[in-house]
Design a protein around this ligand. Sequence first.
Ligand SMILES: Cc1ncc(COP(=O)(O)O)c(C=O)c1O
Length: 416
Amino acid sequence: MKAISKSTKLAHVLYDIRGPIMARAKQMEDEGQKLIKLNIGNLAAFGFDAPEEVQLDMIRNLPNSAGYSDSKGIFAARKAIMHYTQSQGVQGVTLEDIYLGNGASDLIAMATNALLDDGDELLLPAPDYPLWTAVASLSGGRPVHYLCDESKGWIPDLDDIRARITPRTKGIVVINPNNPTGAVYPDHVLRELVAIAREHGLVLLADEVYDKVLYDDVRHTALASLSTDVVTLTFNSLSKSYRACGYRAGWMVVSGDKASARDYIEGLDMLANMKLCANVPGQWAIQTALGGYQSINDLVAEGGRLRQQRDLAYELITAIPGVTCVKPQAALYMFPRLDPEIYPIRDDRQFFLELLEATRVMLVQGTGFNWPSPDHFRIVFLPHESDLREAIGRVAKFLGEYRDRQEAKTRMAGIA
Ligand SMILES: Cc1ncc(COP(=O)(O)O)c(C=O)c1O
């Protein structure tokens, strides 16, 4: 029989968060092994429930949800998003500038598809949230990674961004607050990004799905609030701040000089019409979520569950010899560094596959986030404290055994 192969468009697509390590983990679970999964930011799986009022309002509106909605989404949700956007200081946004989708992911793919011609370049952070690189490449574009600087708390290296702009560059992706590093960018960096986009006529694509998952009283500034001219697409959803990623309720807001982007917006409208509409029950959750009491604030405040787990994970991880980490100020992740002098890892995917098999703890290697060297990994700090202690304890033991083996090798080489 003729073999059926996947499209060559997938050749550069990398999605290791659900990749080979995940496949091995599934096999281990099928064999009856119990794993601790620190690989994915799925809050509900760790007992972080969506707000009850949001659930109830979605249930109440289920009878009104069987038909297609407007392709951009229902009025009530878009109005609530419009007000939220205004409260962030973003100017000039109307209902027509708001698109609802099946999570931010859906709209990220739509925005890159509508923007990129074959060979067009999109600037993306390294490390990145790998969906961005994947969809840029699937759209026919060329993902070009700019470095975020670990020595400066993982903020984007602006000189590196400037150096990578070519006549084919169409936009800059800014993930703030950041996954996987947990960084929140200061205003002066955001203003510089706006200035660079303005100077080169680039679109800003601002992924802000963690804008309410903030620790230590850090403030988040919406990128779109810093200009009225630079065309900015902002992505957000109920997935993280409202612990409802399964509802697949996301939105995209277009701001800035929309007249200059008329053709692009026409493309966005075409794609929105083609997918008919986003999941309607999820759309009904948005208005209730965005208004009233914000329970996420309790989780991230001093003594709150997320804050405590972040502190514990940071303390335990950085106590391991040769492991350093910038303390995350936001989101659900840390991106620790394994000192290459102590851990001379060549293939980090293989290393974390071996770690999974030895410890039954699932992590994602740094190169899975398009980080250029095999010396980082991402850890999700969603499990309860006792599970975090258990998981990081096992990782520490595995790394200790690795160090012992390395030392033995060095001794042997000395004797020889
Ligand atoms: C930075 C970032 N953007 C987008 C998404 C996707 O979010 P959604 O569930 O709204 O599609 C995630 C999910 O983890 C994320 O971390």
